[in-house]
Structure formats: C-alpha cells, structure tokens
Design a protein around this ligand. Structure first.
Ligand code: C5P
Length: 402
C-alpha cells in the first residue's frame, strides 16, 4: 500500500472497543495512516488519548469542539480517505447509518464519505440476530457497504453466541482488500446501459417493458467505487444516478444505439444491462392518434440489436458484457447468446422467478465467460451482484491486457 493512504477508523462503544487498537496497528503495519473517530460513549469506555497516541493524530470525538479555524472536519477528512472502517460497530451505529441519521461525528461522517465502507459489528447475539439489526445490515449491503461478520464465542454478557467482534487480522485484511479494490478500475472507462427503452406510436403512447434500471445503476455505482470513469446511458427510470456517474438520458433504442456507438470506441468495459425493446412501430405519428383511427391491428418492426453491433465492431482489448433474460434452459441459451453476439461475458437471469430480476431489488444470476466457466450467485442485492459481475470483468480484462 502506498504511503499517505489514509483510513478513517470509527470506534463505537462495545466491550470489544480495546480491540480497535489492534485494528489500528494492523493498518499502520501495512503502511496506512489512521485517523480515529470515536463516539462519545466509546470515549467514556476508553480514553481518546490512547488512540491519539497510537495514531499520532488527535482522535476526533465531538465535532463542535474539533471544528475550528473554519474548516469542516468531516468533509475534509471524508475526501482524504481510501477506506472508512468501523470496528467495533454497535447496533445503534449500524441503525443510524442504515437510516441516514446524522447526530454525531461518526454518523455525519458516514454520509459524507464516498470511499469504501467496512463495518465490523460487535454486540450481544440477540441484538445481532434481531430482525431490525439484520434488516439494517441488508440495507447497508444493498448500498454497497461491506461487513466483516462477527464470530461465535463467549460474549461479555456471559453468553455464548454470535456477536463477537471479528479478529482484528480479519478486519485489517478485508480493509486492505477494499482499499486495493477502490483503485482496481482507476483510469478505465466503463460504459453502462440501463433501464427500458420506449418506442413511440404517437406523442403519448409507447411500447416498453418492466425494466427498472436497478441492475445497470448498481453496476455503475460499483464501477465508480473501483475508481472507473463511468458513463451511464439510461432509458427512463425512477432512479437517482450514482454520484459522479456521467448520465446520458435517452428514450428510444435508436437514441441509445447512437449514444453507445459514439462512446464505445473509448470504452475499456461495455456493459449492456438495458432492456432494449426488440420492436418498434414502423413510424411515429406526429400527433395523438384518435381512437377510431385504430383498426385493432398494430404493425411492429424489429429494432437493431445494439449489443450485436458492438460484438462486431468493438475493440479487441475491451470487455463486452451482455445480459440474457431467459425463462427456460437458462445457461444454454445464455451461452448461445454469448457466442452469437461475440461477448466476453454474459449474465444470465431467470426471469420466471418472483422477486428477482425484472423490477426487483434483488437478483440471482449465472455469470458465464467465453470458456463456458460459470459463476452461479446466491440471491443477493443488485449491488452485490454488480460486485460479482465486476470481479469477473476485471479477471477477463486482466487476461486480455496482460
Ligand atoms: O437477445 P436479447 O435481447 O435477449 O439480448 C439481451 C442483451 O442484448 C442485453 O444485454 C441487451 O442490453 C442487448 N440488446 C441490445 N439491443 C437490442 C436488444 C437487446 O443491445 N435491440
């Protein structure tokens, strides 16, 4: 790790708070600078002076006292760091992060950070397994936060169970992995398409599909978190574009095709997650058609396949990823699509299963490469699926550009 890389270590009030010193030392041994942020309650359990001495910089507890000289400490530090690691994290801290409550330095800092976030929970087993805590953890995972799961063992409350803070070495190892990954696509241009397209019959009526755009937006967010320069060509969705993505809004497949074609030659990775309408109307009327102008029949013509065009024209070094939404013989059909469209990776979705894929927050996919190697995921948030897809993309990119 290069010198000058800074980690913010958040410390909250668990009995395991003393282990945070080991986490701090572990990061330092790997060449990282550590800045410590403590909750007020943590500072009652262990003196901030200990952390200040170990970190060789003042541990921050209370923003009102710390902020002087006109600088806004939480924003400044948030921009400097390569990782925000909270160890130990109490149920309260996790709940506040999940809901966006910002009533002290640590929780305010979380909202300001745009580096990877790693959380190592520590609490009593009942609290850890409580449906509220688990729901908060799931929500944070869906937002891209990663966790070092607590271990099972003897707890301070004299009970055996899940909830012990993970071993400091595990937390440090995971933290280092996230720091490395936050730069793994630095300098790379990633082009992502997302959402449905609309094909207009007249100015008010169109043909579209159920795509929400969530998978493509999650992929864009994940690529950004790895340091890539991301362009998101998106059909109409109800989503907020990820912070720092260059958003190119489009409506029709024709518009999407043109925007993609203009940007593809510069892209290192192209991910076609959009559900492009396969058909359009032969023409779009310039005015709203009257009911009595329909005879009950509407003609459709096929739209050009954007991905297939890219498969023919793309640069050899670039990684091209397509999606295959299938209802039967998932992997076989997906692999055929990969070959026909000359893709490097195809992500196969089973769109028959309720609750995943189309218009859902979760997905379960098979990621297949040219050699037919398949990664079958569990059912996960789309952000976590995006992470697994980009891991494969990076693998292929590395092999192509060795
Ligand atoms: O052949 P099929 O439409 O199932 O392939 C899906 C993949 O092809 C997706 O990656 C989608 O973005 C892309 N596609 C496209 N242009 C179309 C239709 C699909 O780029 N007209």
């Amino acid at each position: 790790m290069t010198m000058g890389t800074t980690v913010a270590l958040g410390v909250s009030s668990s009995i395991s708070v003393y282990k945070a010193c080991e986490v701090l030392r572990g990061f330092q041994k790997n060449g990282l600078e550590v800045r410590v942020l403590m909750t007020l309650n943590a500072s009652r359990m262990i003196a901030p002076l200990l952390f200040s001495a170990l970190a060789r910089s003042k541990a921050i507890v209370d923003p009102i006292q710390e902020e002087s000289g006109g600088s806004i400490a939480h924003i400044e530090l948030a921009r400097e760091i390569s990782l925000f690691c909270v160890a130990p994290a109490t149920a309260n801290v996790i709940a506040k992060f999940a809901k966006g409550v910002a009533d002290d330095f640590l929780s305010t800092f979380y909202l300001a950070v745009d580096s990877p976030v790693l959380i190592a929970p520590a609490m009593n087993e009942a609290m850890f397994l409580h449906p509220r805590t688990q729901a908060n953890i799931r929500a944070l995972k869906a937002a891209g936060v990663e966790f070092v799961e607590p271990e099972k063992g003897y707890l301070a409350c004299r009970e055996e169970g899940w909830g012990r803070l993970a071993a400091p070495e595990r937390i440090v190892e995971e933290g280092l992995r996230l720091v490395r990954r936050s730069r793994s696509l630095a300098g790379k241009r990633v082009l992502v398409t997302a959402g449905p397209t609309r094909e207009y019959l007249d100015p008010v009526r169109f043909l579209s599909n159920r795509s929400s755009g969530k998978m493509g937006y999650a992929l864009a967010a994940e690529a950004l978190s790895r340091g890539a320069e991301v362009t998101l060509v998106s059909g109409p969705t109800a989503l907020l574009p990820p912070f720092r993505a260059k958003l190119v809004p489009v409506e029709t497949g024709g518009e999407m095709g043109a925007e993609v074609a203009a940007r593809a030659p510069e892209a290192d990775v192209i991910i076609m997650a959009a559900a492009v309408s396969d058909f359009r109307f032969p023409e779009t009327a310039g005015r709203k058609l009257k009911k009595n102008e329909f005879d009950g029949r509407i003609a459709l013509v096929p739209t050009p396949d954007i991905l297939e065009g890219l498969g023919r024209s793309r640069r050899k070094e670039a990684v091209l990823v397509g999606f295959a939404a299938e209802t039967d013989r998932l992997e076989e059909n997906a692999l055929r699509k990969l070959r026909e469209k000359n893709l490097d990776i195809v992500v196969a979705n089973d769109v028959k299963t309720e609750g995943i894929g189309f218009d859902a927050d979760e997905n379960q996919v098979v990621i297949i490469d040219r050699n037919g190697r398949a990664v079958r995921t569990e059912r996960l948030s789309k952000r976590e699926i995006g992470r697994l897809i980009l891991d494969e993309v990076e693998g292929v990119f590395g092999r192509k550009n060795r």
